[in-house]
Design a protein around this ligand. Structure first.
Ligand SMILES: NC(=O)c1ccc[n+]([C@@H]2O[C@H](COP(=O)([O-])OP(=O)(O)OC[C@H]3O[C@@H](n4cnc5c(N)ncnc54)[C@H](O)[C@@H]3O)[C@@H](O)[C@H]2O)c1
Length: 366
């Protein structure tokens, strides 16, 4: 493992140059990073990204990028089902890792990933971008001041018309599941506040639109979750249906209902509203639209990624554990797998039972 504590700027290697475009931009605009290598098996895309960002170093072979001594941290943005292998390869090559969500897409490889983390001594951070988006960050900081009191319940959802995404070959494969790809956003927001989710139940459905486009698994979800102290939460999402306009809905929101107040963070239009001790307030972050959505439109996440790579750079410098780390990320995957099994079976599923089934008992209670 490379000692990066003394380095002024860290070297970033980016694997997967579709959404990886966002972390390239993040690294290019950050004073804490140098983007030193790009990798995609599609060489034309490598050349396009080099041209777009004025870079020259690329490879179509992941192994070559991992041999590059200038790469301190690998950012992984390949299709969901490849994350486990790509994370393990990076760790075994002595690189720190930022892996986009979903960290992995089922628990089959979870133990292998954790063993790789342990033998490497490198750090892994799951790129749960929503935690690093202004309204959700603000909601968390406000809650952490302590005045809202205890959480009575949380509702979080992420609705998006992602039919365009189904043009990608891998999105129509049997391995692709929106449950992991997208419910990972609101699901992670809930576990950020309520890490001790114990049991889940709910329903999932494959809509006519999804079916017509070749999607194999559900695209429409409603689940209820419960912590070990009985606090309930609700998480929902739809991905092949139109969404209502942003002035009425926000695509992704997180609502906290607490003893002394309530708050709601909205993805669109970068809003945060709250009521605390009988007084209400509203903050907007629309001035940061150009920072978060710097490619125009709203389809990439460069600002969130810049926030999280600057956070991980800080953690590496001061030897802190970046969060969510691999253990936290795997329990969130276990929560999503519990949801999948609950809607398949029609019965509630306990996350601890799943963790034990995959030999992950030391994560119970994490
Ligand atoms: N907000 C977020 O955090 C966010 C947003 C969008 C996408 N994502 C995640 O990013 C990942 C990629 O999504 P995408 O939309 O960019 O998909 P994509 O298909 O557009 O891009 C994936 C790229 O990986 C490359 N690739 C695949 N296997 C490879 C290999 N073995 N070696 C090198 N390159 C390889 C492909 O050629 C492709 O260019 C997914 O896991 C997705 O969930 C996260």
């Amino acid at each position: 493992m490379k000692n990066v504590r003394e380095k002024e700027r860290l070297g970033l290697g980016v694997l997967g140059l579709g959404e990886g475009r966002s972390i390239i931009s993040a690294g290019m605009q950050s004073e804490m990073w140098d983007v030193v290598s790009l990798c995609d098996r599609n060489e034309e895309l490598c050349r396009d990204r080099c041209r777009e960002f004025g870079l020259s170093s690329y490879t179509t072979q992941y192994e070559r990028m991992l041999e590059n001594p200038d790469v301190d941290v690998v950012g992984i943005y390949t299709p969901d089902h490849l994350h486990a292998d790509h994370v393990i390869q990076a760790l075994d090559a002595g690189k720190h890792v930022v892996c986009t969500k979903p960290f992995i897409d089922n628990l089959e490889r979870a133990k292998d990933v954790l063993e790789a983390v342990e033998r490497s001594a490198c750090k892994v951070m799951v790129g749960q971008s929503s935690r690093f988006f202004a309204p959700f960050k603000r909601q968390r900081e406000h809650f952490d001041e302590g005045r809202f009191g205890e959480i009575a319940t949380i509702e979080s959802y992420y609705n998006a018309d992602h039919r365009w995404f189904l043009k990608k070959d891998w999105a129509r494969n049997d391995s692709f599941k929106w449950l992991y790809g997208c419910i990972s956003h609101p699901g992670d927001l809930i576990r950020w506040y309520l890490p001790n989710i114990e049991e889940v139940c709910g329903y999932a459905y494959l809509s006519n639109n999804g079916k017509a486009l070749g999607l194999k698994h559900p695209d429409t979800f409603h689940y209820v979750l419960k912590t070990d102290t009985g606090v309930p939460a609700r998480v929902s999402g739809t991905y092949s249906s139109p969404v209502v306009p942003n002035h009425r809905d926000s695509n992704m929101s997180c609502i906290l209902r607490c003893d002394n107040g309530a708050s709601q963070a909205d993805y669109y239009d970068l809003r945060y509203a709250y009521k605390l001790d009988g007084r209400s307030g509203m903050e907007t972050f629309e001035d940061f639209d150009g920072y978060f959505f710097r490619f125009g439109g709203h389809s990439h996440h460069a600002g969130e990624y810049q926030n999280y790579i600057e956070y991980i750079a800080h953690c590496l410098r001061f030897e802190e554990l970046p969060k969510p780390d691999a253990r936290e990320g795997i329990v969130t995957v276990a929560m999503m797998q519990a949801m999948e099994e609950a809607s398949d079976s029609g019965s509630p599923v306990k996350i601890a039972d799943l963790l034990r089934r995959y030999g992950l008992e030391d994560l119970v209670g994490n």
